[in-house]
Design a binder for this molecule. Structure first.
Ligand SMILES: Nc1nc2c([nH]c(=O)n2[C@H]2C[C@H](O)[C@@H](COP(=O)(O)OP(=O)(O)OP(=O)(O)O)O2)c(=O)[nH]1
Length: 126
């Protein structure tokens, strides 16, 4: 089976967590932590800074690692490294690729329809 390695950012701001809704592809409409595939030669932190700049036009400070999720989708195996991130001063996410986004309190974390691999990440956060 094909394998992909992805980084995802759990962006926090005063206790709230930023969730984004996929705007295209097989998993369109599912909710996720923004990020994407690592490119050859990148560290996970570098990939995350690049992806969040591309998708949301934000600068982030990458913090502590939360977990690495291994998940078998029908068409590929996913390895996803998740990190806490904070927004650089004055940055506000712009939805350049996503269809929607929400700042969620921890108690509302399960009110969106997370992609299957993210259920484990959400458990870590709760
Ligand atoms: N970014 C992200 N991807 C996730 C999460 N959960 C999850 O199953 N995925 C899956 C969805 C996609 O199949 C894959 C991420 O690939 P992607 O398509 O977003 O990567 P990319 O930005 O490099 O996109 P592309 O250039 O290939 O279109 O990981 C998550 O929380 N965040």
């Amino acid at each position: 089976m094909k394998s992909i390695e992805v980084v995802a950012g759990v962006i926090t701001d005063g206790g709230r967590i930023f969730a984004t809704q996929r705007g295209y592809g097989d998993q369109k409409d599912g909710w996720e932590f923004p990020g994407g595939k690592m490119e050859p030669g990148e560290t996970p932190e570098q990939a995350l800074v690049r992806e969040l700049q591309e998708e949301l036009a934000i600068e982030v400070n990458v913090g502590e690692k939360i977990c690495t999720v291994e998940y078998d989708y029908p068409k590929f195996h996913l390895t996803m490294h998740c990190f806490y991130c904070s927004l650089a001063a004055g940055c506000k996410p712009k939805l350049l690729e996503h269809e929607d986004a929400k700042w969620l309190d921890r108690e509302n974390l399960n009110t969106v329809n997370w992609l299957p691999a993210d259920v484990e990440v959400v458990k870590h956060l709760l």
